[in-house]
Design a protein around this ligand. Sequence first.
Ligand code: NAD
Length: 353
Amino acid sequence: MKIAVLPGDGIGPEIVAQAVKVLKALASDGLKIEMEEAPIGGAGYDAAGDPLPEATLALSKASDAVLLGAVGGLKYDALPRDKRPERGLLRIRKEMNLFANLRPALLYPELASASTLRPEVVAGLDIMIVRELTGDVYFGQPRGIEVRNGERVGFNTMLYAESEVQRVAHVAFGIAMKRGKKLCSVEKANVLECSELWKEVVIEVAKEYPDVALSHMYVDNAAMQLVRNPKQFDVIVTGNIFGDILSDEASMLTGSIGMLASASLDANNKGLYEPIHGSAPDIAGKNIANPLATILSVAMMMRYTLNQESAAQRIEAAVKSVLAQGLRTADIYTEGTKKVSCSEMGDAVLAAL
Ligand code: NAD
């Protein structure tokens, strides 16, 4: 199993180093893993004048999975748009045809007080949002700003082809099968034709998954239900723009950005795995960042791309164990727990593993 390791910028190298320790430990236990590192984002620009150097893209395409830290930094903000670090990230997702974005929102009971919601509403929360990533109003044509009847109008096109809905629905049903066998499809079919088609196609695909209980919800209601009673959900599947908003809402339920992993998959379950947070320039180089989101991204990689469920569970159990021991990085620290550095947290996960 070949893994491309792309640390990126800011805290990226620090947190990825901890995840690499975990991968090496799994390798020494017999998992056949090969890793190769390459620059992306600002580091790509520094090394090759391009936020996604050709060699990095080639390595990523030739690998089974990609582990990414984060990209971005103040020193790159003045670059032309196509040279900015974030462009590297958008391009690698597009070049690798990663159309399904998996965003778990998981709250460990030990961290329930970090949420702005009452602990009983969120403790033990474990939902997965599957967001379509390459279609919808973000990419639909026509789009633009033009003058009509003497004033400017801005317009975008919300558009989904059947095949786009089918493939992301299959991913979502597949994940529901591996979890609680409940899938909620979120759209706005009472108003939008695009959503009407989405719903019809999801219902057709559901016939292939008789074991999964499918439900449907309008996006406005879903936004409300996520804060009212988030534990009613197991897996949510939705389009690009609704997923963009709902997945951010769901991540805030957990209150700790340093804990949340994500995956973006192609049609063959090849994927890019990364924490949901950015490069955190405010704390970069201080060895205080929380590496757990990146380590949990490796668990997702084991589960969804490399089919190593037991390795995934071992990593997740190790993370649970360090939290139960009371170890916390600064971002999740509360009185009565023990503050540790980024590398100490990595070492603790290794020991628990
Ligand atoms: P950010 O996620 O980097 O940081 C937001 C806040 O959360 C900061 O206070 C930061 O210190 C904290 N934080 C984030 N990750 C943490 C961790 N692992 N441990 C402890 N604290 C953590 O978002 P931002 O400040 O809006 O953006 C900073 C840079 O990151 C920008 O250049 C932005 O474009 C980029 N960015 C990249 C990605 C990505 O690579 N996927 C995502 C979002 C933002």
